[in-house]
Ligand binder design. Sequence first.
Ligand code: SF4
Length: 382
Amino acid sequence: MVVAAVEFGGWGVVVDVVGVAVAVDVGVAGVVVGVGVGVAGAVVVAAAGWQKFGGAVEARMIRASSLPVAQYCGASVQYQGAAQRSAAMSTAFHARMAGSPNHDGLLALLSDAERDEVLSWKRPADVVLEDALLRYEEAEKEIAVGLDCFGFYSPHGTEGNLVDGHPDMAWLSGNVVYVGDIKKTVWTTGDGPESLQLHAYGWALASKFGVAYVTGLWLAEDGEWLWAKEPVVMGSPRAERIWERIYHTATQDSSEYSMGAHCKNCYGRLQCPAYALPAVTKDTWLDIEYPRTMTPEQNAVFVSKLLAAEELIERAKQNLKEMVRRGEVRVRDPKTGKIWAPVEQKGKESCSVADLRAKMGEEAEKYIRRGAPFDRFQWVKP
Ligand code: SF4
């Protein structure tokens, strides 16, 4: 039955020539950590092997989409339900791309802003990576995956799972699984294709199929793929380091708030007291001289507070406009008697630069103006 069983780098390999093989791999610590089933004639890299880190006693399930922020702020995990909105947007997008009959219904479940965003997203382009042709039509979409606390694949929703999630797209090609996720723009993802969310999907699928994995992002507004430079080979030191990050993020103390550049990607920031409170209380930190008296690290918190205040004020303004528009609220200046109300404006004229170039060729350049370069302040590596 089983003619060879080899273990290397913590991964078990079973070669089976007749019937069905069952492989049990024993790690260096002498602990049975995995069982795999092979089919006649196939070489199976079983769900076996051992991890240096794993086996949290009180593991809580964390969504893969929460990992990138949770690695910096454990408290953000309590807001992971808010990530459901981005999942609903992805589902509506895939249904629309597939021409599914229920895509109108899925779009109708989104807010106006979410719907407009999804409608602006471009269809993921087919791409060739190494020898693999990755076609959007052929991708497995929104597969449910999970990882147990040893880093092995575990069906989504299994009790005791450390991480659960739904990668937007995945392709199995040869001995590599390619995992793709949709993000609005490059600015909405701090770590790009190296994000811990994508690594968790990659780990789950690579562990399931016994292959290496490559992560990529589809930047939906720009219509561009951004792929990791190299595959992650399971059992390699790099794969182990990634697992350590996933494991420690998922099991860390979740009671501490930690503000920083990551807050802009936190789904729960508008419900987070650390983020929201400074903006709604009368603080002295808005004193114009304040940044001059602070260290660069204190000023990083200052910038986070400013960005939070700006976003909350914008949200308050939008809410007030909607209440006034619906007639639920009235605003009148006591001195002038003027009311604050919507006044219809003529729509701005614009034209598509791409269409103009397509129609007019070089002649179009005479009519296209580019604005002066400008600075965009953002978080960047020095
Ligand atoms: S907004 Fe910032 S501080 Fe608040 S939970 Fe999110 S990451 Fe943590």
